[in-house]
Write a protein that binds this ligand. Structure first.
Ligand SMILES: Cc1cc2nc3c(=O)[nH]c(=O)nc-3n(C[C@H](O)[C@H](O)[C@H](O)COP(=O)(O)OP(=O)(O)OC[C@H]3O[C@@H](n4cnc5c(N)ncnc54)[C@H](O)[C@@H]3O)c2cc1C
Length: 221
């Protein structure tokens, strides 16, 4: 039998005895994830979703949707718009607006082209969904391209911040902080966001694994 056939999908009440949650602080200095330990936790059988030993079928369904969502086209569109705003006030080495720098302009244009291609691929997936054909392994393409674009956006913001991106205020500033770190406002979160977004090529199934899925399930290699 396949190794996936021994997995069952359970809903576990986090207040059950034996569940321990410990915070993990990410590279960006924030608490958004935890390690969850399960020690002899008892779960009523009615909390099992779908058939016993068929949990992987549920997981694959959920992961295909998660990976489509991770593509984040609208969020990346806002990200590129923001880069354009930042680069119209920040200056390049020759004293002109950064957005006029041919190298920087080229990187923004390449991002926009890749994002447009991703948007149409996502729309094709959504059209399939509307006609009752849920997202399948093709969602791995959306996941890879979407997360690569998100990471490139944070790289460009960091590049635009220049040396003001270098002071690394771990987890700072938070909403409501009165302290003012040096440099323009957008630069304060440039480094923590850059570090945080490294996660996107890992979560939802790492991008290397998505390439394996595409090779096997989409291209039939
Ligand atoms: C911020 C964050 C939030 C997360 N949130 C959740 C969550 O809410 N729920 C949840 O269930 N999980 C969550 N995860 C876990 C996430 O799904 C896993 O970290 C991810 O699937 C990678 O698995 P792994 O950590 O076991 O890495 P591993 O599988 O140990 O991989 C380690 C490295 O080896 C590579 N690798 C492994 N196997 C192969 C192979 N066959 N071919 C080529 N390369 C390979 C991987 O690409 C990776 O670079 C989260 C992770 C992060 C970082």
């Amino acid at each position: 039998a396949k190794i996936q056939e021994g997995i069952s999908f359970l809903l576990i009440d986090m207040k059950s005895p034996g569940v321990t949650v410990r915070p993990i602080i990410t590279l960006g200095g924030e608490h958004e994830v935890n390690e969850v330990w399960l020690e002899n936790v008892k779960v009523p059988v009615e909390n099992r979703i779908y058939e016993e030993n068929k949990g992987w079928t549920c997981a694959k369904f959920l992961l295909a949707h998660e990976r489509s969502g991770i593509a984040g086209v609208a969020r990346s569109k806002r990200g590129i718009e923001r880069i354009r705003q930042i680069a119209s006030t920040e200056l390049s080495d020759d004293g002109d607006a950064l957005i006029k720098d041919p190298m920087f302009k080229r990187k923004v244009a390449e991002l926009e082209i890749d994002l447009t291609a991703l948007e149409y691929t996502e729309l094709r997936t959504l059209a399939g969904e509307a006609s009752g054909k849920g997202p399948g392994p093709e969602s791995s393409v959306l996941k890879i391209k979407g997360t690569e674009i998100q990471q490139r956006i944070t790289e460009l913001v960091l590049e635009a911040a220049g040396h003001y991106g270098a002071p690394y205020f771990r987890g700072f500033p938070k909403d409501g902080d009165n302290a003012h770190p040096i440099g323009p406002d957008f630069a304060h979160r440039a480094a923590p966001t850059y570090f945080n977004v490294r996660k996107t090529s890992i979560y939802g199934g790492s991008n290397e694994i998505q390439r394996n899925i595409i090779a096997k399930m989409v291209l039939g290699l």
